[in-house]
Design a protein around this ligand. Structure first.
Ligand code: ADP
Ligand code: ZN
Ligand code: ZN
Length: 724
């Protein structure tokens, strides 16, 4: 009898029998009967024994006896416990390649046979000369290599001059070469790289914050740790936010190691997924670059984990099982007993505190590599910017100092970027006559005007409607006005002032994400110097290296700073610092202008003074005083469903039944920020606990006491990072 975990949201493992004489250890894959079908399952441990042996069904081990590594099973259990998800729901993420465990199908290929055909032609001669190297090729492969037709190859097969053989379904992954192109590191870089090489050599868990300003060479440095792991013949996982997983990155890896790494992200085909999953499980794929889901791959011998841009919120998975891939990467490294490196120019406050308190090693790269200097950052106080030249009030979003700087930069033949973290033309459309505001029918959100598409769109659920010509409430026409700017509107104003200048708009709706592709449209044109100004949302803020870019204008630096959530300051600082980091990355110095109505705000002051550590220190004190993370613990409960009454009733019931406990406070229920989202009513509760409290145990006891109907969902978010 064994306990078998199924990749389904069930409370735990189910008991099964194994066929007579069969032993299977934890991790062994089995086909387990469930109802009238067979489900892929994993032997998890000993049986509970509550069901009599004679009533148990038989779980059949899979052919070839594939197994998940025991450490991956331990990791699944750990994540399930921590995030309060059923272990089967986490296991499902670790089994996300259908067919990876089926016996491998082989493909037919041909090699040179013993017979020399009686009739030779020049084409046959060529084909046989190519085949003389002994490599197995498909018909089309040989035809192509020898520059002959497929018919020629088939003729040679018919004459037994070529004979069939079997090849694995997929070609093997090529081995990255640690010595392919070793860089010359500068002083700080060499120190950091040596610390990481030592950590890899120690083959033990250790955590490192690689904390370096934008352009300081963090990637070059962690590549040295990758090289060290490769020299030990071990595997490496590099986690990137999906948006940073670009062709540029893969090419950069290839420039250092000779071949591209294996990839893992949502755009892989089923077939590529199967190939990569198998190669990871067998240890054949050495370096995997992936988005957060790659954390659950079955590494056979993981020697190093890297999380680049570790502060990114994209590492937090918000739907389904809610987990933070950065935090779980540290856990995975601890279970695998290998080092983990978190890299960022603007670390999360959590990682910063861990590094400064000595829990993580703190590796600093203080300056940009080569001659590039950090850009100068200046504030433009919008409260005092009158516009003397602009009698018609044409200028709403670009202040005179920003326009003057644009003129200077463009006049000098350099490039500029205007940043506004808002897609579309205007975030709100309003009727001047009756005050009607256009909102989404499914969400508590305004509809955003997209002028090029002539539509109003909900950025939460994707609902769209054609731009109306009259007000649906008072039926006046010509009364609808656009309030506030999005990037399209900033572009319109820019074009009015600079009619001769070539510009492009980059936002997630103008760039279609298709996995690690080439830089697209406007980004590509900008990189090639075919346009001079890029106007964009946060999609332009990260990672890109544009050597001719010397001016960054932030249209509204206050955006996002005032929504009152715990992380708003940190997020604003990180985003603006990252945007600023795009300026002046080569020889020419960069200038960053931040338009703000709160120039005295701590975030603005820290950005202007270039005092990053000062900002972190102040933020640390705020959080400590408020007993907020990482000095206290938070868990959010989001109760949602289509039946608003039922949702509110369950939320109230949860609120009332929260067990009293020392050092635990429960806030709410209150309507969530999006009280309606995709047609679902949402209520929130927030648990705040002192650092030493076992919040998981508290929540388990609490949630077990409240029965929720199937139509109401209670999502548990341990360590929430956003509060929508
Ligand atoms: P970060 O990841 O810290 O932003 P990168 O690793 O992308 O920095 O480095 C910024 C630029 O400087 C890249 O073009 C990189 O190739 C170059 N660079 C950094 N360090 C070196 C070095 N030691 N030798 C040559 N080029 C370097
Ligand atoms: Zn109206
Ligand atoms: Zn909506």
């Amino acid at each position: 009898m064994v306990g078998v975990l199924l990749p389904l949201p069930l409370a735990g493992a189910y008991d099964y029998k194994l066929p007579a004489g069969c032993n299977a250890a934890r991790g062994a894959l089995v086909a387990a009967p469930l109802g009238n079908r067979a489900v892929l399952g994993v032997v998890w441990g000993t049986a509970e024994g509550t069901v009599g042996d004679n009533r148990l069904k038989i779980a059949e081990p899979l052919e070839g006896a594939p197994a998940l590594p025991a450490k991956l099973c331990d990791f699944v259990d750990w994540v399930a416990d921590y995030t309060l998800n059923p272990p089967g729901a986490i296991l499902a993420m670790a089994l996300r390649s259908r067919g990876a465990f089926e016996p491998e199908t082989m493909r037919i290929a041909y090699v040179r046979g013993p017979v020399t055909p009686p009739r030779m032609s020049a084409a046959r001669q060529r084909a046989l000369e190519v085949a003389a190297d002994g490599l197995a090729r498909s018909v089309s492969g040989l035809a192509e290599d020898a520059n002959v037709s497929a018919a020629v190859v088939r003729g040679l097969i018919g004459a037994d001059a070529l004979v069939p053989t079997q090849l694995p379904e997929f070609p093997p992954f090529q081995m990255p070469d640690a010595a392919f192109a070793v860089p010359q590191l500068n002083g700080d870089q060499a120190l950091a790289a040596q610390a990481l090489r030592d950590a890899v050599a120690a083959k033990r868990f250790s955590a490192h914050l690689l904390d370096g300003v934008t352009g300081s060479g963090k990637t070059e440095v962690y590549f040295e740790a990758v090289a060290a792991a490769l020299r030990q013949n071990r595997q490496v996982l590099i986690l990137l936010p999906e948006i940073a997983l670009t062709m540029q990155f893969l090419e950069r890896f290839a420039a250092r190691f000779g071949v591209r790494p294996a990839e893992w992200h949502s755009d892989l085909s089923q077939k590529e997924r199967r190939r990569t999953y198998r190669a990871v499980m067998r240890g054949e794929a050495r370096v995997i670059v992936g988005a957060r889901s790659s954390l659950f791959l079955p590494f056979s011998d993981l020697g190093l984990v890297i999380v680049d841009e570790e502060h990114e919120q994209a590492f937090k998975q918000q739907d389904g099982a809610i987990y933070h891939a950065r935090d779980m990467a540290v856990v995975r490294a601890r279970i695998e007993d290998c080092p983990v490196v978190l890299a960022s120019a603007t670390p999360s406050l959590e990682s910063f505190v861990n590094a400064t308190s000595g829990r993580y090693a703190h590796l600093k790269l203080a300056s940009r590599h080569g001659v590039a200097e950090m850009p100068s950052v200046q504030l433009i106080d919008l409260r005092h910017e009158r516009d003397p030249v602009d009698a018609e009030h044409k200028a709403q979003w670009l202040s005179p100092p920003l326009r003057a700087a644009l003129e200077r930069t463009l006049g000098a033949g350099e490039q500029a970027m205007l940043f506004l973290n808002r897609r579309g033309y205007a975030p709100l459309t309003l009727c001047e006559a009756c005050g009607h505001k256009f909102t989404c029918p499914h969400c508590s959100a305004w509809l955003v005007e997209h002028k090029y598409k002539r539509r109003l769109a909900c950025h939460q659920c994707g609902y769209e409607m054609a731009m109306p010509t009259e007000c649906p409430q008072c039926h006046e026409s010509g009364t609808l006005i656009a309030c506030g700017p999005g990037v399209e509107r900033v572009a319109e104003e820019f074009a009015a002032f600079f009619p001769q200048v070539r510009y492009g708009i980059a936002s997630s709706d103008t760039l279609v994400h298709t996995g690690p592709g080439e830089m697209q449209g406007p980004l590509k044109l900008f990189a090639r110097g075919e346009i001079d100004v890029l106007i964009g949302t946060q999609i332009v803020a990260k990672g890109h290296h544009f050597p001719q870019l010397t001016l960054v204008g932030v249209v509204d630096a206050d955006l996002g700073g005032s929504d009152g959530d715990l992380r708003a300051r940190e997020r604003t600082f990180q985003l603006l610092h990252q945007v600023s980091g795009r300026a002046g990355r080569a020889e020419k110095p960069g200038l960053v202008l931040l338009q703000t109505r709160n120039p005295d705000d701590a975030v603005m002051q820290a950005l202007a003074r270039g005092d990053r550590d000062g900002f972190y220190e102040q933020e640390r004190q705020f959080r400590e005083a408020a007993a907020a993370p990482p000095f206290g613990r938070l868990v959010a409960l989001v109760i949602s469903g289509h039946d608003g009454e039922a949702v509110r009733a369950i939320a109230r019931q949860l609120g009332k039944s929260a067990p009293p406990a020392r050092d635990v406070k429960v806030w709410g229920p209150t309507p969530a920020f999006y009280a309606l989202l995709r047609g679902q009513t949402r209520e929130r509760l927030l648990v705040q606990a002192a650092k030493g409290v076992d919040v998981q145990a508290y929540l388990k006891a609490w949630l077990a006491a409240v029965k929720t109907p199937a139509a109401v969902r209670v999502a548990v978010d341990v360590d929430p990072v956003s509060f929508f």
